[in-house]
Write a protein that binds this ligand. Structure first.
Ligand code: NAP
Length: 340
Protein backbone atom coordinates (compact mmCIF):
# COMPACT_ATOMS: atom_id res chain seq x y z
CA UNK A 1 0.00 0.00 0.00
CA UNK A 2 1.32 3.44 -0.93
CA UNK A 3 0.36 7.08 -0.52
CA UNK A 4 -2.13 9.48 -2.01
CA UNK A 5 0.08 12.42 -3.03
CA UNK A 6 -0.80 15.93 -4.17
CA UNK A 7 1.69 18.18 -6.00
CA UNK A 8 0.67 21.82 -5.56
CA UNK A 9 2.25 24.19 -8.11
CA UNK A 10 2.64 21.35 -10.61
CA UNK A 11 3.05 23.69 -13.59
CA UNK A 12 6.03 25.50 -12.02
CA UNK A 13 9.76 24.77 -12.09
CA UNK A 14 9.78 23.04 -8.73
CA UNK A 15 6.41 21.28 -9.11
CA UNK A 16 7.40 19.67 -12.43
CA UNK A 17 10.66 18.53 -10.90
CA UNK A 18 8.74 17.05 -7.93
CA UNK A 19 6.69 14.92 -10.32
CA UNK A 20 9.90 13.75 -12.05
CA UNK A 21 11.60 12.90 -8.78
CA UNK A 22 8.64 11.04 -7.25
CA UNK A 23 8.75 8.83 -10.33
CA UNK A 24 12.57 8.53 -10.57
CA UNK A 25 12.86 7.48 -6.92
CA UNK A 26 9.85 5.14 -7.18
CA UNK A 27 8.11 6.85 -4.29
CA UNK A 28 5.18 4.56 -3.37
CA UNK A 29 2.32 6.51 -4.96
CA UNK A 30 -1.16 4.98 -5.05
CA UNK A 31 -2.82 8.06 -6.45
CA UNK A 32 -1.49 11.45 -7.55
CA UNK A 33 -3.09 14.83 -8.20
CA UNK A 34 -1.43 17.82 -9.92
CA UNK A 35 -2.73 21.23 -8.83
CA UNK A 36 -2.04 24.82 -9.88
CA UNK A 37 -4.01 28.03 -10.21
CA UNK A 38 -7.27 28.25 -12.13
CA UNK A 39 -5.26 29.79 -15.01
CA UNK A 40 -3.68 26.38 -15.61
CA UNK A 41 -6.82 24.26 -15.36
CA UNK A 42 -6.40 21.28 -17.71
CA UNK A 43 -2.71 21.99 -18.48
CA UNK A 44 -0.95 18.67 -19.01
CA UNK A 45 2.09 17.72 -16.92
CA UNK A 46 4.12 14.50 -17.03
CA UNK A 47 4.41 11.91 -14.29
CA UNK A 48 6.67 9.18 -15.68
CA UNK A 49 4.95 7.92 -18.82
CA UNK A 50 1.58 9.21 -17.62
CA UNK A 51 0.07 12.59 -18.40
CA UNK A 52 -1.83 14.37 -15.64
CA UNK A 53 -4.32 17.16 -16.18
CA UNK A 54 -3.79 20.04 -13.76
CA UNK A 55 -6.67 20.73 -11.36
CA UNK A 56 -7.63 24.01 -9.67
CA UNK A 57 -6.11 24.26 -6.18
CA UNK A 58 -8.94 26.53 -5.04
CA UNK A 59 -11.57 23.85 -5.71
CA UNK A 60 -9.59 20.84 -4.44
CA UNK A 61 -10.69 18.80 -1.41
CA UNK A 62 -7.62 17.47 0.48
CA UNK A 63 -9.68 15.08 2.62
CA UNK A 64 -8.32 11.54 2.36
CA UNK A 65 -5.00 12.60 0.76
CA UNK A 66 -1.82 11.69 2.72
CA UNK A 67 0.89 14.13 1.62
CA UNK A 68 0.83 17.46 -0.25
CA UNK A 69 4.09 18.78 -1.71
CA UNK A 70 3.59 22.56 -1.97
CA UNK A 71 5.62 24.66 -4.45
CA UNK A 72 3.73 27.93 -4.78
CA UNK A 73 4.68 31.34 -3.38
CA UNK A 74 4.25 32.32 0.28
CA UNK A 75 1.02 34.29 -0.26
CA UNK A 76 -0.85 31.40 -1.85
CA UNK A 77 0.71 28.98 0.65
CA UNK A 78 -0.64 31.08 3.52
CA UNK A 79 -4.14 30.61 2.14
CA UNK A 80 -4.03 26.95 1.12
CA UNK A 81 -1.49 25.07 3.31
CA UNK A 82 -3.65 25.38 6.47
CA UNK A 83 -6.66 24.10 4.50
CA UNK A 84 -4.75 20.97 3.43
CA UNK A 85 -3.23 20.47 6.89
CA UNK A 86 -6.63 20.82 8.57
CA UNK A 87 -8.08 18.21 6.23
CA UNK A 88 -5.49 15.74 7.61
CA UNK A 89 -3.06 15.93 4.67
CA UNK A 90 0.58 16.48 5.72
CA UNK A 91 2.04 19.52 3.93
CA UNK A 92 5.69 19.64 2.86
CA UNK A 93 6.18 23.27 1.93
CA UNK A 94 8.82 24.88 -0.28
CA UNK A 95 7.99 28.51 0.43
CA UNK A 96 9.67 30.47 3.23
CA UNK A 97 6.38 30.95 5.12
CA UNK A 98 6.79 28.31 7.83
CA UNK A 99 10.58 27.83 7.95
CA UNK A 100 11.14 29.90 11.09
CA UNK A 101 7.98 28.77 12.92
CA UNK A 102 9.07 26.91 16.08
CA UNK A 103 6.11 24.52 15.63
CA UNK A 104 7.20 23.52 12.13
CA UNK A 105 10.25 21.33 11.55
CA UNK A 106 12.74 22.53 8.92
CA UNK A 107 14.29 19.41 7.46
CA UNK A 108 17.20 18.31 5.30
CA UNK A 109 17.06 14.53 5.56
CA UNK A 110 20.86 14.01 5.39
CA UNK A 111 21.23 16.40 8.34
CA UNK A 112 18.27 16.29 10.75
CA UNK A 113 15.91 13.46 9.65
CA UNK A 114 14.63 13.00 13.22
CA UNK A 115 13.06 16.47 13.06
CA UNK A 116 10.23 15.19 10.78
CA UNK A 117 8.67 13.67 13.88
CA UNK A 118 7.70 17.19 14.99
CA UNK A 119 5.33 17.55 12.02
CA UNK A 120 2.17 16.90 14.01
CA UNK A 121 1.86 20.27 15.76
CA UNK A 122 0.70 21.91 12.52
CA UNK A 123 0.73 18.97 10.09
CA UNK A 124 3.34 20.95 8.16
CA UNK A 125 7.05 20.40 7.44
CA UNK A 126 9.17 23.12 5.84
CA UNK A 127 11.80 22.75 3.15
CA UNK A 128 14.76 25.17 3.39
CA UNK A 129 15.93 27.80 0.96
CA UNK A 130 17.83 26.33 -2.00
CA UNK A 131 21.19 27.86 -0.99
CA UNK A 132 20.90 26.61 2.57
CA UNK A 133 19.94 23.06 1.60
CA UNK A 134 23.08 22.31 -0.40
CA UNK A 135 25.36 24.08 2.08
CA UNK A 136 24.16 22.24 5.20
CA UNK A 137 24.57 18.84 3.52
CA UNK A 138 28.28 19.68 3.30
CA UNK A 139 28.58 21.40 6.68
CA UNK A 140 27.02 18.65 8.79
CA UNK A 141 29.70 15.91 8.48
CA UNK A 142 32.48 18.48 8.97
CA UNK A 143 30.69 19.93 12.00
CA UNK A 144 30.30 16.44 13.52
CA UNK A 145 34.07 15.92 13.28
CA UNK A 146 35.56 19.35 14.07
CA UNK A 147 32.71 21.63 15.29
CA UNK A 148 32.23 24.56 12.94
CA UNK A 149 32.38 27.96 14.65
CA UNK A 150 31.92 30.28 11.68
CA UNK A 151 30.95 30.10 8.01
CA UNK A 152 31.65 32.73 5.35
CA UNK A 153 29.74 31.97 2.16
CA UNK A 154 29.33 33.70 -1.20
CA UNK A 155 26.67 32.31 -3.51
CA UNK A 156 26.35 32.28 -7.30
CA UNK A 157 22.63 31.58 -7.74
CA UNK A 158 20.92 30.67 -10.99
CA UNK A 159 17.80 32.40 -12.31
CA UNK A 160 15.59 29.29 -11.94
CA UNK A 161 15.65 30.15 -8.24
CA UNK A 162 13.23 32.98 -9.18
CA UNK A 163 10.79 30.63 -10.94
CA UNK A 164 9.72 30.49 -14.57
CA UNK A 165 9.71 34.29 -14.92
CA UNK A 166 13.39 34.57 -13.96
CA UNK A 167 14.38 32.05 -16.62
CA UNK A 168 12.32 33.86 -19.26
CA UNK A 169 13.94 37.19 -18.37
CA UNK A 170 17.48 35.81 -18.78
CA UNK A 171 16.52 34.16 -22.09
CA UNK A 172 14.81 37.25 -23.51
CA UNK A 173 17.56 39.67 -22.41
CA UNK A 174 20.27 37.38 -23.77
CA UNK A 175 18.61 37.33 -27.20
CA UNK A 176 18.07 41.10 -27.03
CA UNK A 177 21.78 41.75 -26.49
CA UNK A 178 22.32 40.49 -30.07
CA UNK A 179 19.26 42.31 -31.38
CA UNK A 180 19.12 45.68 -29.60
CA UNK A 181 15.75 46.63 -31.15
CA UNK A 182 14.22 43.93 -28.87
CA UNK A 183 15.56 45.54 -25.70
CA UNK A 184 14.02 43.82 -22.62
CA UNK A 185 13.77 46.01 -19.53
CA UNK A 186 14.46 44.31 -16.15
CA UNK A 187 11.24 43.16 -14.47
CA UNK A 188 12.02 40.18 -12.25
CA UNK A 189 15.48 41.53 -11.36
CA UNK A 190 16.44 45.09 -10.36
CA UNK A 191 19.11 45.28 -13.09
CA UNK A 192 19.93 43.48 -16.35
CA UNK A 193 20.77 39.84 -15.58
CA UNK A 194 22.06 38.77 -19.02
CA UNK A 195 25.89 39.01 -19.11
CA UNK A 196 25.85 40.51 -15.62
CA UNK A 197 25.85 39.55 -11.91
CA UNK A 198 23.59 41.12 -9.27
CA UNK A 199 24.56 41.19 -5.56
CA UNK A 200 20.96 41.41 -4.41
CA UNK A 201 18.42 38.59 -3.83
CA UNK A 202 15.14 39.26 -1.99
CA UNK A 203 14.53 42.47 -0.03
CA UNK A 204 17.04 44.58 1.91
CA UNK A 205 17.00 44.43 5.71
CA UNK A 206 17.89 47.20 8.15
CA UNK A 207 21.47 46.00 8.72
CA UNK A 208 22.27 46.18 4.99
CA UNK A 209 22.04 42.44 4.36
CA UNK A 210 19.33 40.92 2.19
CA UNK A 211 16.57 38.53 3.26
CA UNK A 212 18.20 35.75 1.19
CA UNK A 213 21.42 36.20 3.20
CA UNK A 214 19.47 36.26 6.47
CA UNK A 215 17.71 33.02 5.45
CA UNK A 216 21.06 31.22 5.13
CA UNK A 217 22.01 32.37 8.64
CA UNK A 218 18.71 31.53 10.36
CA UNK A 219 18.13 28.23 8.55
CA UNK A 220 21.65 26.88 9.13
CA UNK A 221 21.16 27.54 12.85
CA UNK A 222 17.77 25.80 12.89
CA UNK A 223 18.89 22.77 10.88
CA UNK A 224 22.48 22.16 12.00
CA UNK A 225 23.40 23.98 15.23
CA UNK A 226 22.29 27.30 16.70
CA UNK A 227 25.88 28.06 17.77
CA UNK A 228 27.23 28.29 14.21
CA UNK A 229 27.86 31.86 13.02
CA UNK A 230 27.15 32.44 9.34
CA UNK A 231 27.81 35.49 7.17
CA UNK A 232 26.59 35.34 3.58
CA UNK A 233 26.68 37.34 0.35
CA UNK A 234 24.06 36.12 -2.13
CA UNK A 235 24.55 36.92 -5.80
CA UNK A 236 22.34 36.20 -8.82
CA UNK A 237 24.28 35.06 -11.90
CA UNK A 238 23.21 34.47 -15.52
CA UNK A 239 22.99 30.68 -15.25
CA UNK A 240 19.68 28.89 -15.88
CA UNK A 241 19.93 26.02 -13.36
CA UNK A 242 22.44 25.13 -10.63
CA UNK A 243 23.61 27.15 -7.65
CA UNK A 244 27.31 27.42 -6.73
CA UNK A 245 28.79 28.52 -3.40
CA UNK A 246 32.31 29.42 -2.25
CA UNK A 247 32.36 28.37 1.40
CA UNK A 248 34.94 29.14 4.08
CA UNK A 249 34.65 27.45 7.47
CA UNK A 250 36.46 27.98 10.75
CA UNK A 251 36.40 24.98 13.08
CA UNK A 252 37.11 24.49 16.75
CA UNK A 253 39.42 21.53 16.11
CA UNK A 254 42.02 21.36 13.34
CA UNK A 255 40.77 19.50 10.27
CA UNK A 256 43.28 18.57 7.61
CA UNK A 257 42.13 19.05 3.99
CA UNK A 258 42.74 15.35 3.17
CA UNK A 259 40.66 14.21 6.12
CA UNK A 260 37.92 16.70 5.17
CA UNK A 261 37.92 15.25 1.64
CA UNK A 262 37.59 11.71 3.04
CA UNK A 263 34.78 12.73 5.40
CA UNK A 264 32.88 14.41 2.58
CA UNK A 265 33.40 11.40 0.28
CA UNK A 266 31.66 9.20 2.85
CA UNK A 267 28.86 11.66 3.64
CA UNK A 268 25.29 11.04 2.39
CA UNK A 269 24.14 13.10 -0.58
CA UNK A 270 27.65 14.30 -1.46
CA UNK A 271 29.88 13.60 -4.42
CA UNK A 272 33.47 14.85 -4.17
CA UNK A 273 35.13 15.82 -7.48
CA UNK A 274 38.39 17.44 -6.51
CA UNK A 275 41.31 17.07 -8.87
CA UNK A 276 43.86 19.86 -8.86
CA UNK A 277 43.99 20.12 -12.63
CA UNK A 278 42.15 21.91 -15.45
CA UNK A 279 38.47 21.03 -15.18
CA UNK A 280 38.94 18.90 -12.06
CA UNK A 281 35.92 20.46 -10.32
CA UNK A 282 32.17 20.64 -10.93
CA UNK A 283 30.32 23.65 -12.38
CA UNK A 284 26.55 24.36 -12.38
CA UNK A 285 25.84 23.10 -15.93
CA UNK A 286 27.25 19.70 -14.96
CA UNK A 287 25.06 19.24 -11.89
CA UNK A 288 21.70 19.73 -13.63
CA UNK A 289 19.38 16.75 -13.26
CA UNK A 290 21.57 15.14 -10.59
CA UNK A 291 20.64 14.25 -7.02
CA UNK A 292 24.07 14.94 -5.50
CA UNK A 293 25.60 18.02 -3.96
CA UNK A 294 29.07 18.28 -5.52
CA UNK A 295 32.10 19.43 -3.55
CA UNK A 296 35.34 20.57 -5.19
CA UNK A 297 38.37 22.80 -4.47
CA UNK A 298 38.82 21.56 -0.87
CA UNK A 299 41.84 23.31 0.60
CA UNK A 300 43.26 24.65 3.83
CA UNK A 301 42.72 28.33 4.64
CA UNK A 302 46.16 29.25 5.94
CA UNK A 303 45.09 32.73 7.10
CA UNK A 304 43.46 31.27 10.23
CA UNK A 305 44.41 28.43 12.57
CA UNK A 306 41.58 26.00 11.76
CA UNK A 307 40.14 26.96 8.40
CA UNK A 308 39.03 25.28 5.19
CA UNK A 309 37.75 26.51 1.82
CA UNK A 310 35.64 24.56 -0.63
CA UNK A 311 33.29 24.91 -3.61
CA UNK A 312 29.77 23.51 -3.48
CA UNK A 313 27.45 23.03 -6.48
CA UNK A 314 23.97 21.55 -6.73
CA UNK A 315 20.83 21.56 -8.87
CA UNK A 316 18.71 24.16 -7.03
CA UNK A 317 15.46 22.75 -8.40
CA UNK A 318 16.42 19.31 -7.02
CA UNK A 319 18.41 19.37 -3.75
CA UNK A 320 17.38 23.00 -3.27
CA UNK A 321 13.68 22.23 -3.57
CA UNK A 322 11.98 19.22 -5.20
CA UNK A 323 14.44 16.46 -4.25
CA UNK A 324 14.68 17.61 -0.67
CA UNK A 325 10.86 17.72 -0.43
CA UNK A 326 10.54 14.17 -1.79
CA UNK A 327 13.30 13.00 0.59
CA UNK A 328 11.29 14.53 3.45
CA UNK A 329 8.26 12.54 2.25
CA UNK A 330 10.41 9.38 2.18
CA UNK A 331 11.72 10.08 5.68
CA UNK A 332 8.20 10.71 6.94
CA UNK A 333 7.08 7.45 5.35
CA UNK A 334 9.93 5.43 6.87
CA UNK A 335 9.85 6.96 10.35
CA UNK A 336 6.24 7.89 10.93
CA UNK A 337 3.59 6.80 8.44
CA UNK A 338 5.15 3.41 7.54
CA UNK A 339 2.78 2.63 4.69
CA UNK A 340 4.96 2.16 1.62
N1 NAP B 1 13.17 27.56 -7.75
C1 NAP B 1 13.88 27.26 -6.68
O1 NAP B 1 15.12 27.02 -6.74
C2 NAP B 1 13.23 27.16 -5.35
C3 NAP B 1 13.95 26.65 -4.31
C4 NAP B 1 13.36 26.55 -3.05
C5 NAP B 1 12.07 26.99 -2.91
N2 NAP B 1 11.37 27.50 -3.94
C6 NAP B 1 9.99 27.94 -3.70
O2 NAP B 1 9.08 27.08 -4.38
C7 NAP B 1 7.93 27.80 -4.78
C8 NAP B 1 7.69 27.61 -6.26
O3 NAP B 1 8.81 28.07 -6.99
P1 NAP B 1 8.98 27.82 -8.56
O4 NAP B 1 10.38 28.15 -8.85
O5 NAP B 1 8.45 26.49 -8.97
O6 NAP B 1 7.99 28.97 -9.17
P2 NAP B 1 7.30 29.03 -10.60
O7 NAP B 1 8.07 28.29 -11.62
O8 NAP B 1 7.02 30.46 -10.85
O9 NAP B 1 5.89 28.25 -10.40
C9 NAP B 1 4.92 28.71 -9.50
C10 NAP B 1 3.81 27.67 -9.34
O10 NAP B 1 2.89 28.11 -8.34
C11 NAP B 1 1.58 28.12 -8.89
N3 NAP B 1 0.80 29.18 -8.26
C12 NAP B 1 1.15 30.47 -8.08
N4 NAP B 1 0.14 31.15 -7.46
C13 NAP B 1 -0.84 30.24 -7.26
C14 NAP B 1 -2.14 30.31 -6.68
N5 NAP B 1 -2.63 31.45 -6.18
N6 NAP B 1 -2.89 29.19 -6.63
C15 NAP B 1 -2.43 28.03 -7.13
N7 NAP B 1 -1.20 27.90 -7.70
C16 NAP B 1 -0.43 29.00 -7.76
C17 NAP B 1 1.78 28.35 -10.37
O11 NAP B 1 0.63 27.94 -11.06
P3 NAP B 1 0.23 28.63 -12.46
O12 NAP B 1 1.17 28.05 -13.49
O13 NAP B 1 -1.17 28.19 -12.63
O14 NAP B 1 0.40 30.10 -12.29
C18 NAP B 1 3.00 27.45 -10.61
O15 NAP B 1 2.59 26.11 -10.70
C19 NAP B 1 8.17 29.25 -4.33
O16 NAP B 1 7.61 29.42 -3.04
C20 NAP B 1 9.67 29.32 -4.23
O17 NAP B 1 10.10 30.31 -3.33
C21 NAP B 1 11.91 27.58 -5.18
Amino acid sequence: MGYKVVVVGATGNVGREMLNILEERAFPVDEIAALASRRSLGTEVSFGDKTLKTQDLDAFDFTGWDIALFAIGSDATKKYAPVAAKAGCIVIDNSSLYRYDPDVPLVVPEVNPEAVEGYSKKNIIANPNCSTAQMVVALKPLHDRAKIKRVVVSTYQSVSGSGKDGMDELWDQTKAVYNPTDEVAPKVYPKQIAFNVIPHIDVFLEDGSTKEEWKMVAETKKIVDSSIKVTATCVRVPVFVGHAEAINIETEEFLDEDEARDILREAPGIMVVDKREDGGYVTPVECVGDFATFISRIRQDSTIENGLNFWCVSDNLRKGAALNAVQIAETLGNRVLKKG
